[in-house]
Design a protein around this ligand. Structure first.
Ligand SMILES: Cc1cc2nc3c(=O)[nH]c(=O)nc-3n(C[C@H](O)[C@H](O)[C@H](O)COP(=O)(O)O)c2cc1C
Length: 294
């Protein structure tokens, strides 16, 4: 990647939405909105609610479905000039495999991101993201279906994220995204009703960062594949924290709502910092926190 800054799934639509608002030469990769086999309308509005230091979203995987995605959205995303990572989600390992195969066959797809952190997948009692065996089944199925690099996006909403991460690595993941949103809620005290149409949603933004940073730090010590930190990155300093915790890249999401060109701001900040530190490659920062504490 030309910079370690990726644009996180769901926060840039299919990519084209940022056309003219973002200098894509600062972007290491665009991750598309998660695509499912059938089109989805998503959850009842309102779907966004602000919280102190964060954002709640309950979009509910609204997307145009794989056919329209491949026909219209993927070529448009690829035309922006940054590598395109396609995020997919299915309701069974076989569905993940079909999606990975379809998107992986396309030359515009640089990599496939498996979103196991969405709540509507098989195994009603114990969600896939909380279950190493179910995670391994999904990742192995997708692995067998495509030769493209495979990223697996974990959830912070799990008791043992390291076991899930290790299972994803064993099943053939090339990299892990750490991590998605945490469940959260707001209530409108005038009406007494939940602020979101779906009642609860996923918490993103600055409030999420310490949680996902700790996960990166923990998981980096237990797996050998690269990690992309996700959660609350808005500045070069935030990105540095993730690199020092053991990530090789970061994904920026909620910050794009305030600054659609945040990748440029962060990339320039990182360059300044590297010059100041006499560092030639961001890889030199990688895992510094782990090394110092051992
Ligand atoms: C409005 C919105 C929609 C999102 N949609 C998706 C999605 O479709 N698939 C996915 O894997 N993550 C989705 N996410 C999660 C982000 O990709 C990211 O992992 C998370 O927001 C944490 O990063 P941030 O604090 O930088 O936003 C969404 C987040 C937001 C705010």
């Amino acid at each position: 990647m030309r910079t370690p800054i990726m644009l996180a799934s769901g926060t840039v639509g299919y990519g084209g939405e940022l056309s003219g608002l973002c200098d894509f030469s600062s972007v290491g990769a665009i991750v598309t909105k998660t695509v499912t086999e059938a089109p989805r309308d998503g959850n009842r509005p309102p779907r966004l609610a602000e919280t102190p230091g964060g954002l709640l979203n309950a979009i509910g995987l609204e997307n145009v479905g794989i056919e329209r995605f491949l026909d219209e959205k993927l070529p448009a995303a690829a035309a922006l000039g940054a590598p395109v990572v396609v995020s997919v989600a299915g309701d069974s390992p076989a569905a993940f495999a079909r999606l990975a195969r379809r998107v992986g066959e396309r030359p515009e797809t640089a990599a496939v991101e498996i979103n196991i952190s969405c709540p509507n997948v098989e195994r009603a009692r114990r969600p896939v993201w909380d279950d190493p065996d179910a995670t391994a089944a999904v990742v192995a199925a997708a692995r067998a279906a495509t030769g493209k690099p495979l990223l697996v996006k974990l959830s912070p909403n799990t008791a043992d994220a390291l076991s899930v991460a290790e299972a994803a690595q064993r099943a053939g993941a090339d990299a892990l995204v750490v991590a998605n949103t945490l469940p959260g809620m707001r209530i409108d005290i005038e009406t007494g009703r939940p602020a979101l149409g779906n009642a609860t949603g996923g918490l993103s933004g600055r409030a999420l960062m310490p949680v996902n940073l700790a996960l990166v730090w923990r998981i980096a010590a237990g797996v050998s594949i690269p990690l992309a930190g996700s959660g609350g990155v808005a500045t070069a300093e935030d990105a540095l924290e993730y690199l020092m915790a053991g990530a090789s890249a970061v994904q920026v999401g909620t910050a794009l709502f305030l600054d659609p060109d945040a990748a440029t701001t962060i990339a320039e900040g990182l360059r300044r910092r590297m010059a100041h530190d006499g560092v030639r490659s961001v890889a030199e920062y990688k895992g510094m926190a782990g090394r110092m504490s051992t």
